[in-house]
Design a protein around this ligand. Structure first.
Ligand SMILES: Nc1ncnc2c1ncn2[C@@H]1O[C@H](COP(=O)(O)OP(=O)(O)OP(=O)(O)O)[C@@H](O)[C@H]1O
Length: 234
């Protein structure tokens, strides 16, 4: 069953249209990645799903509900979590406070989820009292994911989580995403690290100049000579 179904999406910023007639689906528990050249509109597609762009046409359904036109505060209540690429933690708040903020729409902080996040990311428990601004880039990214997981989303949107990480941490970040997905959370990932993302995902989209150029399993895209030459560095 498609949890997220984007059809004929046109979107952009102000009067500027960036996304042109894009279709995209993420089935229940599926791991889907969007790759493509710089400036292709990958982040813009993701932001559109989360209500952060100007919607210019098409539909965005999540779990059967039309969510285009919803504000981000409404969208998180439908079961979509979003981890932006930048400014994704509150630097002056502690790690624990950041995680608690993730559950701000609930009356009480769900302690069982907090425990699960600490089990998944032990470094966050170790550093629970430290300011988020003092964390390393990788730890900050884990905190941002943990915060989004506090609402136990059905679909997690991740915008370039490996950006800026030291090469030895990139594999670890991808492993974390695999684990989150293995626990049943659907994942929509935008990545510059296209080969690694395609190796890990169920299905991939290659976006070029705001349009879908290829849609196939990650494996099939990696095996496609044209895709390799044009978008994966050979
Ligand atoms: N807030 C904004 N206002 C106006 N234009 C924007 C804004 N954000 C992005 N753009 C433009 O939209 C286009 C697509 O950007 P987007 O960030 O979606 O691309 P991307 O494929 O994610 O690229 P990258 O991998 O370089 O982040 C670019 O031309 C960019 O300059």
């Amino acid at each position: 069953m498609a949890v997220l179904e984007v059809a004929g999406l046109d979107a952009g910023y102000g009067d500027l249209q960036i996304i042109d007639d894009v279709d995209l689906t993420v089935d229940d528990g599926e791991y889907v990645t969007i790759v493509g050249p710089n400036g292709a509109g990958k982040s813009t597609v993701m932001k559109s799903v989360f209500g952060l762009t100007v919607h210019m046409g098409g539909s965005i359904e999540f779990a059967g509900e039309e969510i285009s036109g919803y504000r981000p505060e409404q969208i998180i209540t439908t079961g979509i979590g979003y981890v932006p690429q930048n400014d994704n933690v509150f630097p002056s708040l502690s790690v624990l406070e950041n995680l608690e903020m993730g559950a701000y729409i609930l009356d009480d902080v769900p302690q069982d989820r907090l425990e699960r996040i600490f089990d998944r990311f032990p470094i966050l428990e170790e550093r629970r009292s430290q300011a988020a601004g003092d964390l390393s880039g990788g730890q900050r990214q884990m905190l941002a994911m943990g915060r989004a997981l506090m609402l136990d989303p059905d679909l997690l949107l991740l915008d370039e989580p490996s950006a800026g990480l030291a090469p030895d941490l990139v594999g670890e970040m991808f492993d974390r995403i695999d684990q989150i997905n293995a626990d049943g959370t659907g994942v929509l990932l935008v990545e510059q690290n296209a080969k690694e993302a395609l190796r890990r995902c169920d299905r991939g989209y290659v976006l070029v100049q705001g349009q879908n150029r290829y849609v196939a399993s990650g494996e099939a895209l990696l095996a496609n000579e044209q895709v390799r030459q044009d978008f994966l560095g050979g």
